[in-house]
Design a protein around this ligand. Structure first.
Ligand SMILES: Cc1cc2nc3c(=O)[nH]c(=O)nc-3n(C[C@H](O)[C@H](O)[C@H](O)COP(=O)(O)OP(=O)(O)OC[C@H]3O[C@@H](n4cnc5c(N)ncnc54)[C@H](O)[C@@H]3O)c2cc1C
Ligand code: SF4
Length: 331
């Protein structure tokens, strides 16, 4: 057991002050990821700053019709919230597709977005891993990588981003609100998680000592439908092999607004801009949806054992979009 300090913060300012200039400090949300990583020796914080008592556990209506979700809102509460279920079903479905009931009761919005990759080598301190120990190498590239990235990976890391919530938020054009030693700032969800490049140790754009305080959702587009679907090795308690979050608006058989994001394919939620370009203004048919998925997935660079994910993602996207365009025909 490695000794560490514990501080229960009562205000955002106190939490941020406690973390400032202390690289060994970690914010503690529900602890469902951080405490596991501490037991494995992957994380060895010197100070845990418990942020679960901060006044950040509310879901607020915004004047523009959007929602502000406090970082301490538990995953179960967020999935069950009536405005979320009614106006952003993709978000509720993504949360319910993640983890288990017990975990969702404990896990927080902020912690979910900042959970670390499930790459086996990252979690095993007897193995090299560029993400855990920069410069040691990436054994997953030639090793066990069936679950890992097919898009946007680098020679340094082929890990995937594990959060289902993040994928739905990327499709919804959400923003993340941060509070750090230099004040407050907002980052678009699509820019928050990074591609690995040559710095895989950095999962997101969060700066040292910054606290994630809230997620802001823009108003739901009137007339748009949304859905999340996830393919995994078993029906619960498993991370995505591939997932799709989609928001689609169809008028007179033609696609108006379309937003699509893939999960389980990359180091960040993969917003499918090339697919959206194909979709916009095109007939809302299965053929269009297949062309859109193909346009996006043409960029895929599968590894030795995970090419199946490309076809899986394509089929998920076509199926979800077809169902949104014509719920009666949903499969
Ligand atoms: C068996 C199992 C299956 C799972 N399956 C899924 C799944 O299918 N899909 C899925 O999405 N998730 C899954 N999870 C992961 C689970 O959702 C996460 O562990 C959980 O969401 C993390 O939230 P937390 O509040 O417990 O975070 P914590 O463990 O407390 O923190 C996680 C990280 O975020 C940091 N942090 C926490 N809060 C803040 C904040 N406000 N600001 C800045 N940093 C912060 C911590 O320092 C830590 O680095 C699974 C977990 C397990 C154990
Ligand atoms: S894929 Fe990334 S997390 Fe996994 S071993 Fe390689 S560097 Fe580490």
């Amino acid at each position: 057991m490695k000794p560490f300090g514990y501080l229960r913060a009562t205000s955002v300012e106190e939490a941020v002050r406690a973390a400032a200039g202390r690289p060994g400090a970690r914010f503690l949300g529900g602890g469902t990821n951080l405490v596991d990583l501490m037991k494995l020796g992957v994380e060895t914080p010197r100070l845990l700053i418990d942020v679960t008592r901060l006044p950040l556990a509310d879901i607020e209506e915004l004047p523009d019709g959007g929602l502000r979700i406090g970082a301490m809102v538990r995953n179960s509460d967020l999935a069950a919230a009536v405005p979320v279920r009614e106006r952003y079903p993709v978000l509720s479905q993504a949360l319910l597709a993640g983890a288990s009931g017990q975990l969702r009761n404990t896990a927080t919005t902020g912690g979910n977005l900042l959970q670390r990759t499930r790459c086996l080598y990252f979690q095993d301190t007897s193995k090299p891993c560029n993400k855990r120990s920069p410069g040691t190498g990436c054994p997953a590239r030639d090793g066990v990588h069936r679950d890992l990235a097919v898009l946007g990976h680098s020679a340094h890391c082929v890990a995937t981003q594990p959060s289902d919530l993040a994928v739905a938020l990327a499709a919804l054009d959400a923003e993340v609100q941060l509070h750090g030693p230099d004040g407050e700032r907002t980052v678009a969800m699509t820019d928050f998680h990074r591609l690995p490049g040559d710095r895989p140790e950095q999962d997101t754009e969060i700066r040292p000592g910054e606290l994630l305080t809230a997620v802001r959702l823009p108003p739901a587009a009137p007339g748009a439908r949304s859905h999340y679907r996830k393919a995994r090795d078993r029906a619960s308690f498993a991370f995505a092999l591939a997932s799709v979050a989609a928001v689609l608006e169809v008028q007179d058989g033609v696609v108006g607004r379309a937003a699509l994001a893939f999960g389980g394919l990359a180091h960040r939620p993969w917003r499918a801009r090339a697919a959206e370009e194909v979709l916009h203004g095109a007939p809302a048919t299965e053929d269009t949806f297949a062309r859109a998925a193909d346009a996006e997935l043409a960029a895929a660079r599968p590894l030795r054992d995970n090419a199946f994910k490309v076809e899986l993602a394509r089929n998920l996207a076509v199926s979800v979009l077809t169902g949104l365009a014509d719920p009666a025909a949903a499969r």
